[in-house]
Ligand binder design. Structure first.
Ligand SMILES: *Cc1c(COP(=O)(O)O)cnc(C)c1O
Ligand code: SF4
Length: 445
């Protein structure tokens, strides 16, 4: 089937069976029922209608009641984190959808145009659909990525939704309902077999979406199979999740919250390191009683929490904010891990800052914290060759350059070797960088 022939309606998965009657998700269909929406102008509401046709929109009552500051609309960073803003679409894209809505076009027609626009938003940056796809016995594993030698990414089918969606999400096509974009599998046996054949793999990283959107029972099925396989190479199970930010009650009052923590304990007692790869974009996400308690409960299981986030215009483009976020994380027993650069997909034009600016934010924040918070690395681009860190802007042999290095690379030999790109004050992503000193390519190309 071609993309254009498939009809997708937003919010199809909004009302999934959930483990907590208190959880109330909102999306395009029902966001007008949010009481605080009354404080928005008609224009702001229309903007949400337009942008949410293209970029996935989902929020929930925790974000609305405990994170967003409704006295600071439309500039509140937590509001921008979940609610679509007009400028997140380029003007010509916005205008196309707005015109259709105003003319009363039918849903199928709107979905078709929305899909065309999605195609223009670089839905799979860094060659994700074609590269990093491992195969087993000649068959591609549909829900696995293997890019860096030690770590295998696993996308369990039931974890491809989040408790709310980040407007900057680089995995946004996972939520548009377009099957071609989905990247997931529900069988763990082939993954285990693959790991057995690749003794260099020490880490399996459950990712999504958000794997902790899954019911504990389902996650437990996967985990038990992995533990029972008793793989000698497996050292770490990582779970990439934004649940601490978007629904900390997952660890407190969901029906299966206690079972989840028991599962964490079980992993740890099997001698496997359990790393929760949390995702905090703003210090306010660390400030509610619910998240404090959730972090403390997770840590009591013996799991370790690490934190990462991109640096984002309109949300956290401020060194003092980062310094206080890292400091707070250290105090809560959370290890600062990565500061990323906003990826080249979706609403990148809205969120991105230049590489030089990102480096300055990182540096100014880093200067303010003690060594305990300096476990963080950044700013880092997760791009085609690997995870490339911007070490800074410098001048070498009379040429202004970016100094870079790969913290991860497809080829481990290339890790940690500095390389240089021509200085470009406007560059926001790796693909805009050119080798310095008149070279034709970077050393690893
Ligand atoms: C970021 C990433 C990882 C994990 O990298 P670490 O540096 O070990 O945290 C693994 N695989 C892919 C494809 C990644 O982008
Ligand atoms: S939690 Fe992660 S996967 Fe989910 S919307 Fe946010 S960035 Fe995307």
């Amino acid at each position: 089937m071609t993309l254009q022939s498939r009809i997708i309606h937003p919010d199809e998965d909004l009302q999934v069976a959930f483990q907590n009657p208190k959880y109330q998700p909102y999306g395009l269909k029902n966001f007008r029922q949010i009481p605080q929406i009354n404080s928005l102008t008609d224009e702001q509401i229309f903007d949400i209608e337009v942008v949410a046709r293209v970029l996935p929109f989902r929020t929930n009552n925790y974000v609305i009641d405990e994170l967003i500051d409704w006295n600071n609309i439309p500039n509140d960073p937590l509001y921008i984190l979940n609610f679509p803003q007009k400028d997140m679409l380029k003007k010509h894209h916005y205008d196309r959808i707005a015109a259709l809505l105003k003319s009363g076009a039918d849903e199928d027609r709107i979905s078709l145009v929305a899909n065309q626009i999605r195609e223009e938003l670089d839905p799979h940056p860094a060659g994700q659909l074609t590269k990093n796809r491992p195969s087993l016995d000649g068959n591609v594993l549909p829900g696995v990525q293997h890019k860096y030698r030690e770590t295998l990414l696993f996308f369990p089918t039931q974890g491809q939704t989040c408790h709310a969606y980040c407007t900057f999400c680089f995995r946004w096509p996972q939520f548009t309902g377009i099957a071609d974009y989905k990247f997931a599998m529900s069988e763990i046996e082939p993954v285990i077999k693959y790991m057995r054949k690749h003794p260099d793999v020490t880490d399996i990283l459950f990712t999504g979406g958000d794997p902790l959107f899954m019911k504990t029972k389902i996650l437990e099925g996967y985990i038990n199979a992995i533990l029972q396989a008793d793989l000698p190479n497996l050292r770490t199970i990582r779970i990439g999740s934004k649940t601490l930010s978007y629904w900390p009650y997952r660890f407190l009052t969901d029906n299966d919250a206690d079972a989840l923590l028991t599962l964490f304990e079980k992993i740890v007692s099997n001698g496997i390191h359990l790393a929760i790869m949390a995702h905090f974009n703003h210090p306010r996400e660390l400030s509610t009683p619910a998240v404090e308690l959730a972090i403390s409960r997770i840590r009591q299981t013996g799991a370790q929490i690490r934190a990462q986030s991109p640096v984002l215009n309109h949300i956290n483009n401020d060194p003092d904010l980062w310094a206080s976020m890292w400091q707070r994380q250290v105090e809560m027993g959370v290890v600062p891990y990565y500061m990323f650069v906003a990826r080249n997909t979706g609403a990148q034009h809205y969120f991105s800052i230049s590489l030089e600016e990102a480096w300055k934010v990182f540096r100014k924040a880093y200067q303010q914290v003690s060594g305990l918070a300096r476990t963080v690395r950044g700013p880092v681009m997760s791009c085609n060759p690997g995870k490339v860190q911007v070490l800074g802007v410098s001048e070498i042999m009379n040429e202004k350059v970016y100094v870079l290095r790969a913290l991860q690379h497809r080829n481990p030999k290339h890790v940690m070797k500095p390389f240089y790109a021509q200085y470009d004050p406007n560059a926001i992503w790796y693909n805009q960088l050119k080798p310095a000193f008149g070279e034709e390519k970077f050393f690893f190309e």
